[in-house]
Design a protein around this ligand. Sequence first.
Ligand code: COA
Ligand code: AMP
Length: 635
Amino acid sequence: MSAYDNVYNRSLTDPAGFWADAAQDVHWFKKWDKVLDDSRAPFYKWYAGAETNSCYNALDIHVAGGRAEQLALVYDSPVTGVVKKYTYAQLLDEVSRFAGALAGLGVEKGDRVIIYMPMVPEAAIAMLACARIGAIHSVVFGGFAAHELAIRIDDARPKAIISASCGIEVNRVIEYKPLLDHAIELAKEKPDSVVILQRPQAQASMVDGRDHDWGELMSAAKPVDCVPVAATDPLYILYTSGTTGMPKGVVRDNGGHLVALKWSMKNVYGVDAGDVYWAASDVGWVVGHSYIVYGPLFKGCTTILYEGKPVGTPDPGAFWRVISDHRVNVLFTAPTAFRAIKRDDPNGDYIRKYNLDSFRTLFLAGERCDPDTLHWAEDHLNVPVIDHWWQTETGWPIGANCMGLGMFPVKAGSCTKPVPGYDVRILDESGYEVEAGKIGSIVVKLPLPPGTLTTLWHNDDGFREAYLNHYPGYYLTADAGFKDEDGYLSIMSRTDDIINVAGHRLSTGAMEQVLAAHPDVAECAVIGVNDDLKGEVPLGTVVLQAGVERDHNEIVRELIQLVRDEIGPVASFKIAAVVKRLPKTRSGKILRGTMKKIADNTPYRMPATIDDPVILDEITEALAALGYPKEHVAA
Ligand code: COA
Ligand code: AMP
């Protein structure tokens, strides 16, 4: 048996023993009464009765343990030309002072704090400061518009919101404050305080009595110590796309998250304390939470916080420059970043300009990794390229080639094997396991391991409904895929209407809600169509209200702007068409899957229940006018 097999089997046969052992590696103010409390199953609790603090485990413990002068965080920002380095001692000082500032604003244990910030170190400082005083942070990605932010404000009801005057994209400065002010105006639940980091690129106007300047607060702030919290207390809420316009508030606890992430650093990523770890993502996504901020710091690594893109800041050598400048050992990003690099530097010429001696492993996740991208990266980088699979809900990988447990041979298109802790099964519609090689619904037998979501924020019923009711006793991943004869997992597609755009998870249902609100639109459908760079992009089809005779191009322009204004630029909604009718079943269900197949040039069978097959010809024509299917997409 391999090291992986031993560890994997024990994690399933004796989960309590396995995770009790892993928990020896972290600091507890009080040990648990029970490792796995199943008294309220299917709501499981890890480390019930224990007390800890996530910030203590990320910072204080390392300062006390001899890493005070080691770099904890390196901020590298090609868009501003700034590189700033924080040792563990310096980061602890900033965090404990900002925690003091938050406490001074009346933020207490259990209060929520929304963080709407660009990729600046203050975003990580704010997260850790919340953890220090037991406040629950909820980070909202900067590419979301005011309306999306307002939805999250109303759900989380934050005591304070922390933001910055602006974010910086490749070609423009995006003022955050007008977006934030508008979101607060839209929200029913107003925060007591707002803290604004003024950046030199834009000056935010402040609201008297409510808004505070980050710099001023910090110069007056007194550092505060860590507040012990229950292992089962929430550390953060992270909203992620669901099937409707209402995002799901994934709740992460303190104790399980701490143990699982620290365990994953060595066992999944193969890194030790002192290594340099870089997740090229954004703190607004789960990857940023787990592997820019918490995981590397729990482990005592140096983490890189990068405010830039893989290309255009300034060129496709950006990633190699960062690896070489900061002696990065492990890089984690999304395949889309590599498709962008490969597009601009097909022969990998920029790679050869830099010294990549320190670089050991590349991890890819966030979307399916196409074999072309995998092989290109392998050929040009000469390091193992590891596709691994996880979700906002799980917070850490479900399927991976665990580098700390002996690497398996890579099979392109597969994320390798289930990670210890996850009992992954592939089921058919009736709940029976399918044979090797057959596609089915991917589920995880309960209990989920520590670190995974404990519920949805103030919505236990929604948690059951979305994840647990479909197959009792199992967590529904909403991904479809198969296991091959060697036990390798391949993740093929979502089973709901979530699409993956440049590694970002978006709901077509939410976009449909926006389109349907346009006064000229009678009904609509949004599908994800294949895209060479972003993997998928949304494409909208709308049927107009009877009697609307306006120019269709003008309506399409308005629809595109509407999605940008309501959801945000991150939706990448840029293609839409007015059609006469939408294809439906006789019971009125829109045949989105068939439309997607036409757009992607995938063979399809005429659905037996289709109401009127002629409509498919009309749709085919409308898609052709938009350039779909694209010539390069294989039939
Ligand atoms: N604030 C405001 N706007 C933002 C933003 C932010 N934080 N992040 C992205 N946007 C905007 C972009 O400027 C773009 O606007 P545009 O339509 O005016 O061009 C839009 O949102 C879409 O962004 P994105 O999908 O990221 O596309 P892009 O063309 O800017 O970049 C890639 C494409 C592939 C280079 C980019 O997606 C990337 O670097 N991906 C890396 C992978 C990653 O971060 N994955 C996350 C999970 S691991
Ligand atoms: P998110 O919650 O934003 O992390 O998105 C999670 C979803 O992204 C998963 O449910 C999958 O559909 C997809 N995904 C993530 N990683 C992979 C991967 N390695 N292979 C295939 N799909 C992936």
